[in-house]
Ligand binder design. Structure first.
Ligand SMILES: [Zn+2]
Length: 391
């Protein structure tokens, strides 16, 4: 049983904390979101939506009762109980409407909320959303960064350090591009432990709901295309379109970007806009602790899976040279055949969708794949068989 008792604001130095007292199995826990003190005026205290959204999903996943003594936005209550709960039941979760008690409803409207925001992580999805948002009828004017699990599943010191380093980078980038910037930190990851991959949409949306007097629209980058829409317990990305429809308040809407385009299409859009040339950071290695605290600009290792995939794509698109300040093009030149072989291998061996798209594009553009790459790929395909024969 989880009971949300009250919400309140506390200030500490340059931060403001939006807190909630919560009974979890009769133990009092203090939950919080925090943000820069300058954002205090944007925090909506007429409802506990941010906490309720996060806890609602936890309660569904763990099949627990959840009672809130603090109001919830009427629109959000509708979305959670009448749109998403039936979908969760369809996925096989056992939760029933009777488990949720949200008696107090909030009808507040926040007409002062005018910002249109999205997250910035300097990857392809972020830049794609930024570039599309810049040209949108609902023009993007705010960037965000949330410590809701992306920097370590369960929070902790390492996640905080990485988060602080990223905060400086996004803040600088936002300033350079005349965009607002807001960060939100939270201890909900540490309190409710469940895997990030199964819950990322809800965690990130919850952070947006803290700032209901700021945001009227929030863009969230899709991981999968609409063709992969699926109700599954393993990853909300598969049903983000439904999440964006259900999770809404009286004044705030979420939109999923890039539902139609594949990764090649997104990379095309990104690579035709100079905003990404000195800032793209797709790397799995340098986005980790050491790299991030050292780097003020994006540096990619040019060797990891995501670097390889992105560099090969940019090369096929004829745009790799434009990214010479963020990728090591010497490493690429030396290893190009190996990288192509790796992606070819994954295409044939694992039916890897990114590889398929990459080589389709190569074909369309008459991009020459050297015989050496095919040879190296075939060596990898036969390797397990050779190994078996030796024994
Ligand atoms: Zn890398």
């Amino acid at each position: 049983m989880i009971e949300l008792q009250n919400i309140y604001i506390e200030k500490a130095e340059d931060k403001v904390f939006f807190k909630a007292d919560c009974l979890i199995d009769n133990q009092l826990q203090v939950l919080w979101f925090s943000t820069d003190i300058a954002n205090e005026k944007y925090i909506s205290t007429s409802n506990a939506d941010a906490f309720i959204l996060f806890i609602f999903f936890y309660a569904v996943f763990e099949n627990l009762e959840f009672k809130s003594n603090v109001p919830v936005s009427k629109r959000l209550k509708f979305g959670l109980l009448e749109v998403l709960l039936p979908a969760f039941q369809e996925m096989g979760f056992k939760a029933q409407p009777e488990q949720f008690s949200f008696e107090l409803e909030d009808d507040s409207l926040y007409p002062e909320a005018t910002a249109v925001g999205t997250a910035m992580s300097f990857g392809i999805d972020s830049f794609y959303t930024l570039i599309k948002g810049n040209g949108s009828i609902q023009k993007l004017n705010y960037l965000t960064l949330f410590n809701a699990g992306a920097y370590g599943n369960y929070g902790g010191d390492k996640a905080k350090e990485l988060f602080d380093a990223m905060k400086n980078r996004v803040d600088t980038f936002a300033n350079q591009n005349n965009l607002g910037f807001a960060w939100v930190d939270t201890n909900l990851n540490e309190t409710f432990r469940f895997p990030y991959i199964q819950s990322h949409t809800f965690r990130n949306f919850a952070c947006v709901l803290v700032l209901q007097k700021l945001f009227k629209t929030y863009y969230y980058a899709s991981t999968f295309s609409i063709n992969d829409f699926r109700l599954t317990q393993s990853d909300p990305s598969n049903y983000d379109l439904l999440n964006s429809k259900a999770i809404s308040t009286n004044s705030l809407e979420f939109h999923i970007t890039g539902l139609i385009e594949n990764r090649i299409d997104k990379t095309k859009v990104v690579s035709s806009n100079e905003i990404s040339y000195d800032n793209l950071n797709v790397c799995l290695v340098t986005s980790d602790y050491a790299g991030a605290s050292l780097a003020t600009t994006a540096k990619n290792c040019s060797k990891c899976e995501k670097c390889v995939r992105t560099m090969v794509t940019l090369d096929i698109l004829g745009k790799l040279e434009l990214y010479k300040s963020v990728f090591d093009l010497n490493i690429y030149a030396k290893n190009k055949n190996k990288y192509l072989a790796h992606l070819l291998y994954k295409k044939y061996r694992a039916n890897y969708v990114f590889s398929k798209d990459i080589f389709n594009e190569a074909k369309v553009r008459n991009y020459n794949i050297p015989a050496k790459a095919y040879y190296l790929a075939s060596m990898r395909v036969f390797q397990p068989i050779v190994r078996k024969l030796k024994h």
